[in-house]
Design a protein around this ligand. Structure first.
Ligand SMILES: Cc1cc2nc3c(=O)[nH]c(=O)nc-3n(C[C@H](O)[C@H](O)[C@H](O)COP(=O)(O)O)c2cc1C
Length: 297
């Protein structure tokens, strides 16, 4: 019998596969059987509804996509009143992902959200002018935001980091010192695509966030560095499309993983990863994920 369950500082998941924030919305429930997933993280919500950036704001790149959505969302009250009750129909762990333009906004958001398995704090969006990377690159600000969120909620707090910081390990340690239960690593990498007909950026905002297979080795290295430096669990994110990718993340020290852009090409990727991971572990004689974790030290 293979045991795929994980315990992230008290957050119990039936398996380590989590649907990442921002790449899906409720209609995906018709394609992906959410009951099979370890968890789902809803897209970033802010205090007030946000329109996001003007289009074009998503395009393909070699081995992935680049986006500048800019956290379009209907606001936290819509999440609490409309989205959460629907998500609760599924037998999976539900996480909210929050985004604030100030420490006070992060505090307020976390005081409002209840009845989820945890709050993922997004201090890593590359597509906004206020907050986002300005916060996420600075260990002192990440410490303050994490502390203020932890003071406002009894829920587990997961801090989602940007690979754009000068020293991501320092930022992870700041989040851990401030009381985070886990780290998500990493959000998208800043990138650029130019339309050669106009000579201008293809995305209206110019810069965007790159995700998908192109970033996997880069994200994996960040995860590896963080996992050996902090005591709290790391949830790996970046370019995972197959169970082989997932295994690399576990060997590098991830306790769980997030699947993001992979679902654009193959919505069933998360389910296939769970099934194939189990088969691989059976074949290799592993009984649980702890036996895999951090083998590369
Ligand atoms: C279109 C799009 C929207 C995203 N929106 C969010 C978001 O709202 N909050 C967040 O923390 N991350 C967001 N992300 C980042 C993903 O959750 C994920 O961390 C990143 O894409 C790397 O994983 P991947 O390579 O598997 O896609 C978004 C990514 C994409 C492609």
């Amino acid at each position: 019998m293979i045991d795929l369950s994980v315990n992230l500082s008290g957050i119990k998941l039936k398996n380590p596969v989590i649907l990442a924030s921002g790449v899906w919305d409720l209609p995906y429930r018709e394609i992906i059987d959410f009951d099979r997933l370890g968890g789902v993280i809803y897209k970033g919500v802010s205090l007030k509804p946000k329109e996001g950036n003007p289009p074009p704001r998503l395009t393909e790149t070699p081995c992935g996509v680049i986006n500048s959505i800019g956290l379009e969302n209907e606001g936290v009250m819509n999440f609490i009143e409309e989205i959460l009750p629907t998500l609760k129909e599924s037998n999976t762990a539900i996480f909210s992902n929050i985004f604030g333009e100030s420490i006070e906004e992060f505090s307020k958001l976390s005081s409002l959200i209840r009845d989820v398995s945890g709050i993922e704090v997004n201090v890593s969006c590359p597509n906004v002018d206020k907050g986002g990377l300005l916060f996420g690159k600075d260990p002192n600000i990440v410490y303050s935001i994490t502390k203020s969120v932890c003071n406002e909620t009894d829920l587990p707090v997961i801090v989602k980091l940007t690979p754009s910081s000068a020293n991501i390990v320092e930022v992870a340690q700041a989040a851990s010192d401030a009381g985070a239960s886990a780290i998500s690593a990493v959000n998208t990498f800043q990138g650029l695509v130019i339309d050669i007909e106009t000579g201008k950026p293809l995305l209206k905002r110019g810069v965007g966030g790159v995700s998908g297979p192109a970033i996997k080795p880069l994200a994996l290295y960040n995860v590896y560095q963080i996992a050996k430096s902090v005591d709290i669990p790391v949830i790996g994110s970046g370019g995972i499309t197959t169970y082989q990718d997932a295994l690399e993340y576990f060997f590098a020290g991830s306790s769980a993983i997030q699947i993001g852009s992979a679902i654009f090409n193959n919505p069933l990727a998360p389910i296939q990863i769970i099934d194939n991971l189990k088969k691989w572990m059976e074949r290799k004689g592993y009984k649980n994920l702890k036996e895999l974790k951090g083998k590369y030290e």
